[in-house]
Design a binder for this molecule. Structure first.
Ligand code: AMP
Length: 216
């Protein structure tokens, strides 16, 4: 199974991504976690992105794409799928990840979208801040991350919907309920995925993605 997880901050991407990865026995590739790990280890890459993470801004497309390319290549080498959490975050990344995956014959079969309203997301993120002390969980940075999500990430969802590979789940429910609904929906899609030949996936028209962002 090859799944992209697109959701606003606080919707439960990390928790549900881990659940999906365990259920389908695929690697959980979480760009935020990978970047935070670099920051914690104070690698050159970590030092270069730390300020962006602290401010809730997106790091450069090139950096995240290099990281994700390596992870998807590793998944392919092991003959496995993936659940990619936190990528794509904008049009450039959506285009690039599709092209990278196509080259590897590893394009996503399902895009899972977790839906939640902003007030609930802010409430959850502030509650998490008290427990985890993440540098980007202050109210000001949370609002900035939600604004970036609405502006540049959410339009991608429409594009995936047009491609017919979108599954949307209401993330306002309890963690357990959301998890159960996700697994039920993905299991229901499993036989359908097998029916779609890779050649059909490869003919997807990328111009619709530009239109979703108002570019023609
Ligand atoms: P997350 O854990 O997914 O909420 O991501 C935390 C932070 O990591 C984001 O606010 C960004 O600064 C950075 N980040 C994670 N994924 C990406 C991505 N695909 N593109 C750019 N920045 C990212």
């Amino acid at each position: 199974m090859r799944i992209l997880l697109v959701a606003p901050p606080g919707a439960g991407k990390g928790t549900q991504g881990a659940l999906i990865a365990t259920h389908f026995d695929v690697p959980h590739i979480a760009t935020g976690d990978l970047l935070r790990d670099h920051v914690a280890r104070r690698t050159p890459l970590g030092l270069s992105v730390q300020d962006c993470l602290d401010r809730g801004e997106l790091v450069s497309d090139e950096i995240v794409l290099d990281i994700v390319r390596a992870e998807v290549e590793a998944a392919k080498a092991e003959g496995r799928g993936y659940v990619l959490d936190g990528m794509p975050r904008n049009m450039t990344q959506a285009r690039a990840i599709y092209q990278i995956a196509r080259t590897l014959d590893m394009t996503a079969q399902v895009v899972l979208h977790l839906v939640a309203d902003d007030d609930e997301l802010v409430r959850r993120l502030l509650a998490r801040a008290a427990l985890e002390h993440r540098s980007d969980d202050t109210e000001e940075v949370i609002r900035r991350r939600l604004a970036i999500y609405q502006e540049v990430t959410h339009p991608i969802v429409e594009w995936y919907d047009q491609r017919g590979i979108l599954v949307a789940v209401d993330a306002m429910q309890s963690v357990d309920r959301v998890g159960r609904q996700i697994l039920t929906a993905l299991e229901a899609m499993r036989p359908l995925i097998k029916l779609v030949p890779d050649s059909a996936r490869q003919s997807i028209d990328l111009t619709g993605l530009g239109k979703a962002f108002g570019n023609h």
